[in-house]
Every structure is written in structure tokens, then in C-alpha cells.
Design a protein around this ligand. Sequence first.
Ligand SMILES: Nc1ncnc2c1ncn2[C@@H]1O[C@H](COP(=O)(O)OP(=O)(O)OP(=O)(O)O)[C@@H](O)[C@H]1O
Ligand SMILES: [Mg+2]
Length: 107
Amino acid sequence: MGKVYVFVNQKGGVGKTTSAVNIGAYLAEEGKSVLLVDFDSQANLSSGMGIRPLKPGVYELISGSAPIDKTLRSTALATLKVIPARIDLSGAAVELIEQQDRDFFLT
Ligand SMILES: Nc1ncnc2c1ncn2[C@@H]1O[C@H](COP(=O)(O)OP(=O)(O)OP(=O)(O)O)[C@@H](O)[C@H]1O
Ligand SMILES: [Mg+2]
């Protein structure tokens, strides 16, 4: 099992996305296999990594409409992959409200 790093803070504009991209790229360059998963509907990590199209991405993954291999995107580094987000992710919190143990849905 790999390590999971989560960059989360309620305050905006404090460097969460920048830290995720740079630490992810650094670890990938060091030879680690890195998967960056964008869980922000602003999709700044996805656009910052130059990912196009953004769909299917993490929303399709958690809603069950796409398997993980369809959501993975390659980057310039063979060891760095991205699962992008899109604006539709903003609806996921509401849509998952009926889901049992929704806070642990991805674990
Ligand atoms: N270590 C740093 N030193 C200086 N500026 C930084 C640093 N990290 C990030 N920034 C700048 O701060 C701004 C906000 O960074 P970033 O978008 O990563 O924050 P965020 O926490 O992801 O924001 P949001 O809450 O909107 O998702 C950007 O302009 C970024 O270039
Ligand atoms: Mg951000």
C-alpha cells in the first residue's frame, strides 16, 4: 500500500494545489509512482497539469460511471499520473448524502 498525502485546508489560496503539484512532481522525478487526484471542483490542479479533457475524472469515478483506468491521465513523467476534476464534482457532496459512511466512500 502506498502513502496517501492529502492537501486540505478550509482557508483558500494558501498553497494546497501548488504544494500537491510540486511535491507530486518531485517524488515522481525521484522515481516514486505518484497519482495526483484532484478533489477540487475548481480543477486548478488538473488545468495546471495541462490535462484535457477533464472528463471522465474523479466525479465519474466516485459516481461509478467510469472505472479508474478510464480516469487516469499520463503526464510528461512516466511515473506521474493524474485523475482530474471538473466543475460537476461540486454536486458530489449533495449526491452522496444518502450514501452510507460517505466520509469513507473511497477508502
Ligand atoms: N510557497 C509559495 N510561495 C509563494 N507563493 C505561493 C506559494 N505556494 C503557492 N503560492 C501562490 O499562492 C497562490 C495560491 O496558491 P494555490 O492555488 O496553490 O492555493 P490553494 O490553497 O490551492 O487555493 P484554493 O483554496 O483556491 O484552492 C498562487 O498564486 C500560488 O502561485
Ligand atoms: Mg487549490
